[in-house]
Design a protein around this ligand. Structure first.
Ligand code: 3PG
Length: 207
């Protein structure tokens, strides 16, 4: 099953993580687990990302590690080879979709409009990343499309904060929200992993 429906139910918050140093990914994964978050979307935005996914897959198998910001067919293949257990994309092209299907991994494809969501549903994908959530209409958009597009569920991401997250999580079509606030850049730079655990604990209580 390629549709990432089960991914939406792993945690109320999908932590979106960017690391500059692959070595940081293991303590970050442990810090998130300590705070009650069992999933991590490690974004392919830095040269360190694939190495970071490899390390987490090998050293912290208890956390479900996925690759985020997958934008090319090549990246989909590389992420799968590195040990990612799921893929997340900000949007979709036909080539990227085909490559994501080829990995055999569950994935959350990004959609920001009704037509994008419909195209993905046509391919059997019923769990979508709603991105960028806040600029694309946020909670009001998701409420408006729940009637015409029944059967779709979302992980809204982009501009969501601990304060706005509960409004999204209250919608029956939202399984979890994505956010980078659990792993702030300054906490990573200072290797303040206990702060990440504290933020994860607050996020896991949003359920
Ligand atoms: C993503 O890649 O999913 C987003 O950039 C995360 O958005 P945020 O930083 O606003 O949480």
């Amino acid at each position: 099953m390629h549709s990432g429906d089960a991914l939406l139910d792993l945690s109320p918050v999908m932590p979106v993580v960017v690391v500059d140093d692959a070595a940081d990914a293991v303590p970050v994964a442990r810090a998130l687990l300590d705070g009650g978050i069992g999933v991590i979307e490690l974004t392919l935005r830095t040269p360190a990302a694939l190495g970071a996914i490899e390390r987490v897959a090998a050293e912290v198998p208890e956390i479900v590690i996925g690759a985020g910001t997958v934008t090319t067919a090549e990246q989909a293949k590389q992420a799968a080879a590195a040990g990612a257990r799921f893929l997340v994309t900000p949007g979709c092209t036909d080539r990227l979709l085909d490559a994501a299907f080829d990995t055999g991994l569950p994935f959350l494809p990004g959609a920001g409009t009704v037509s994008e969501a419909m195209r993905l549903a046509e391919r059997g994908l019923t769990a979508l990343k709603f991105f960028p959530a806040e600029p694309s209409g946020g909670v009001a958009f998701l409420k408006a499309i729940a009637g015409p597009l029944p059967g779709l569920r979302f992980c809204p991401t982009g501009g969501i904060t601990p304060e706005s997250a509960p409004r999204y999580l209250a919608l029956s079509t939202v399984g979890c929200v994505g956010g980078s606030w659990l792993t702030p850049g300054d906490a990573l730079a200072a290797k303040d992993f206990s702060r990440i655990t504290a933020l994860a604990r607050e996020a896991s209580a949003l359920a």
